[in-house]
Design a protein around this ligand. Structure first.
Ligand code: CU
Length: 454
């Protein structure tokens, strides 16, 4: 008898009664618990189905997607980081999730919300301007559809804003980047440069100052120009609140000068200095920028250009039926450094339109532009009026130069182009991703112009 084996004496009737009572009680509890689970599950499913108040939102590089239309009332976002790097989700001027590593989730309780459009962004520096911005529509979707919501007076205001923003060009601002840095020439001919890295105010557009991360207080940092074969020493003094390093992107040098802490050198700690030395190998059209936390430091302003020697031009050749004269003189070499993130945002040479610098030339001049993309996105650079002859990629002269009117420049890439200014006028020059250059309050960002005097 199993009960006896378990030590219960079946001959004792009171003990048997106790045991039965206990079993009944346990069974009852289990049934109650099951009912409770069903009720709870039923309630939560009903809430999601009927009110839609818990919306699923996914974060990736660099977009925000998911259920971005929710009913009026209490709104809770279930936020998942489906990307590969850290993101968060913030209601502009409202609550935000903690930083979420790849694969992590969090709930963002936005409380009671009235019908309308609300902006939600990733607040990690640089991510909003890279595309992590979306509109959360609360309530009647029809009331919030962006292209039907404008009244005639709102369209008229948009017309005026666009006109005014364009007429403000070129707006003057404090500071300009790419200033030629004079070397100290040592007795043995070494070209010695000194650069201080610090956070300094930078006027991106008229009246809008940001806390930029700068080389010698400029964005882009000072331009360095050396000859093929020069011995070069560049000393960087770190006055940032964090460590940094400097990678010479596109310059041939020894591994220990490659600027990748802690792999090739120790981190340059705050208050410390580091000297990079190399023998310049040209021709090169190159950049220098932070490598350590580049996702933060570079978009915020830590980038500059270094050109070694002269890249040969395809003079005296006929390319695509167009002759490039043997005796042409290049009137200027214009650096065009692209950025799209961080505190600087969409910009050309550290400035946002209408504060961008126009390029002024005379009729029939030939000029060279070096494009450098230090941003996080591709930018198809379109010049009105003139074809661009691409003669060098990443500083390497092309055997087969080619003509374009729009040139796609990816992050890290450099292209060198030759232009013949053979028609007078103010010719707009801009990235052709239209929301990199225009928004409801007018033209901004990656636009400038070539102004050809007759
Ligand atoms: Cu662009």
């Amino acid at each position: 008898m199993w009960c006896t084996e378990q030590g219960i004496d079946l001959t004792d009737s009171s003990k048997v009664f106790d045991r039965v009572t206990l079993l009944v009680a346990i069974s009852g509890l289990l049934v109650m618990a099951s009912i409770l689970v069903l009720v709870v599950r039923g309630t939560s499913v009903a809430e999601a189905d009927v009110s839609g108040a818990v919306a699923e939102v996914q974060l990736t590089e660099f977009s925000i997607s998911g259920d971005l239309k929710v009913p009026e009332g209490p709104v809770v976002l279930s936020v998942s980081n489906a990307g590969t790097i850290v993101h968060n989700l913030a209601l502009v001027d409202g609550p935000r999730t903690p930083d979420l590593n790849a694969g992590e989730q969090a709930r963002l309780d936005l409380g009671e919300m009235e019908a309308g459009e609300y902006q939600i962004i990733c607040a990690v520096p640089g991510h909003e301007s890279s595309g992590m911005s979306a509109t959360l529509i609360v309530g009647d979707a029809a009331a919030a559809a962006p292209h039907t919501a404008h009244s005639a007076s709102e369209y008229a205001a948009m017309d005026m804003a666009m006109t005014e923003s364009i007429l403000a060009f070129p707006a003057s601002t404090e500071g300009s980047g790419n200033q030629l840095l004079e070397p100290n020439v040592l007795p043995d001919g070494t070209m010695q440069f000194e650069i201080t890295i610090a956070i300094s105010p930078w006027e991106v557009e008229a009246g809008r100052f940001v806390e930029a991360w700068t080389y010698n207080g400029q964005v882009p940092g000072p331009a360095m120009r050396v000859d093929d074969g020069d011995r070069v020493e560049v000393t960087f003094h770190n006055e940032l609140p964090m460590g940094t390093d400097v990678h010479f992107h596109g310059v041939r040098l020894e591994n220990q000068m490659d600027g990748v802490a802690p792999l090739t050198q120790p981190l340059i700690e705050p208050g410390d200095s580091f000297t990079y030395s190399f023998v310049a190998v040209g021709p090169a059209v190159s950049m220098y920028h932070a490598h350590h936390h580049g996702q933060l430091q570079v978009p915020n302003g830590l980038f500059g250009t270094i050109v070694i020697g002269d890249t040969p031009l395809p003079i005296g050749r006929v390319i695509g039926g167009i002759e490039v004269p043997e005796d042409l003189e290049v009137v200027t070499e214009f650096p065009m450094v692209l950025n799209d993130a961080g505190v600087i945002g969409y910009s050309l040479n550290g400035k946002s339109f209408p504060a961008t610098e126009p390029l002024a030339v005379a009729l029939d001049d030939w000029f060279v532009v070096h494009y450098y993309n230090e941003g996080l996105q591709i930018h198809p650079m379109h010049l009105h009026g003139f074809p661009q002859l691409v003669f060098s990629k990443d500083g390497y002269p092309l055997d087969e130069p080619y003509w374009v009117d729009t040139l796609n420049v990816a992050p890290g890439e450099r292209y060198s182009i030759l232009v013949h200014a053979d028609a007078p006028g103010a010719w707009v020059w801009h990235c052709h991703i239209l929301n990199h250059v225009e928004r409801e309050d007018g033209m901004f960002g990656m636009v400038t112009a070539v102004i050809v005097e007759p």
